[in-house]
Design a protein around this ligand. Structure first.
Ligand code: PMP
Length: 344
């Protein structure tokens, strides 16, 4: 049971201090002790609340932002939602340039949260003036008193996790953590958290989860940007087709890759075994743990922390839809049978 019941001045006070939850059955038979940092407990249901609040408050501290000013970003995902939420409470205008590939649900959600959404054509080059990158840049240049969050190339993204996620995990494990396993997209979560933890104990092993179709693992190993590594994949928020400067590759010991299919099944398994209804990348991170355990990465006294970045509700029409799973060819005969509704 929770120890205290508090009253808060506003929703932003609930950002961070997310629980670390012991994984009891999905890890049975693995050597070591496993804990999930469940970021869905943030009020915006993802880890991106931390960077939205931190980056906006840094801009306030530097005197860049005043009430009524504008926050700009290029995302229809978790970061967009978090920025919109912080903007409402702090009295900023929030403008999000999003791709026309974004689902109508996501665009409606952002508009509900008070954001102005510019829908930009998906299939144009990044340097095309119509692309969401260029639209965001132009809006930022034109508006005095605006801040462009630019999460892939903003080191404050990493700093947000250095100052919150890292210290929380250190305290919650009483300094006994031996491994950190986290997805890498912008790289802010893994590198900021790892920087803090490695300052405390350099022997903590940090393992990044990457997608097949992303350049991060190869870049980490070779320092080469290999475009042959780039091809479409389904997991959203994990991996990248560019090298983000928000990632500190030096604090990451290694990357491993996980498939779309296994990650989707592992996310479903987390719901069924641990009662944790989390997002696609949480399934990916847990899939990474399975592969690492199988490869003999962990010992009896390992204390492993895995970060689950967001909530399952954002994936109802994807991994939690049997129809979508079947369309991707992700159900084998056994799983397909399991998915059939039971008639009473
Ligand atoms: N999971 C999800 C669902 C995300 O939206 C992101 C952010 N792109 C990540 C994981 C990766 O986090 P980070 O950007 O901090 O590397």
């Amino acid at each position: 049971m929770k120890e205290e019941i508090q009253v808060y001045d506003n929703v932003l006070q609930l950002i961070g201090k997310t629980p670390l939850i012991h994984l009891n059955s999905i890890t049975s038979g693995f050597k070591g002790d496993f804990f999930a940092k469940v970021e869905a407990f943030n009020p915006g249901h993802s880890t991106k609340d931390r960077i939205a609040l931190y980056i906006i408050e840094e801009a306030e501290r530097k005197g860049i932002l005043k009430p009524g000013d504008t926050i700009i970003e290029t995302t229809s995902g978790n970061t967009g939602f978090s920025i919109a939420m912080v903007s409402i409470i702090k009295g900023y205008e929030c403008i999000l340039a999003v791709s026309s590939k974004s689902s109508p649900d996501k665009i409606d959600m952002l508009r509900t949260m008070g954001a102005k959404v510019h829908v930009c054509p998906a299939h144009v080059a990044a340097d095309d003036p119509r692309s969401y990158y260029e639209v965001a840049k132009k809006l930022h240049q034109e508006r005095k008193g605006s801040v462009y969050i630019n999460q892939y190339f903003n080191e404050l993204n990493m700093d947000a996790h250095f100052h919150s996620t890292g210290p929380e995990i250190w305290a919650q494990t009483e300094g006994k953590i031996t491994h950190l396993v986290a997805c890498s997209g912008t790289g802010g979560t893994i590198s900021g958290t790892a920087r803090f933890l490695k300052e405390k104990n350099p022997s903590i092993k940090v393992i990044g989860i990457d997608a097949f179709g992303s350049v991060l693992k190869k870049y980490h190993e070779t320092k080469e940007f290999d475009t042959d590594e780039i091809y479409p994949y389904r997991i959203e928020g994990l991996g990248k087709n560019l090298i983000p400067t928000a990632t500190d590759f030096d604090v990451i010991d290694k990357f491993i890759k996980v498939t779309d299919e296994e990650s989707a099944h592992t996310a479903r398994e987390l719901a069924k075994t641990e009662g944790l209804f989390v997002g696609y990348t949480s399934g990916a991170a847990m899939q990474g743990i399975k592969q690492l355990a199988e490869a003999g990465e962990f010992k009896k006294d390992s204390k492993v922390v895995v970060i689950f970045p967001d909530h399952g509700s954002r994936y109802m029409s994807k991994i939690y839809s049997d129809t979508w799973m079947a369309e991707q060819g992700f159900f084998d005969t056994k799983n397909q049978a399991e998915a059939q509704p039971v008639e009473i």
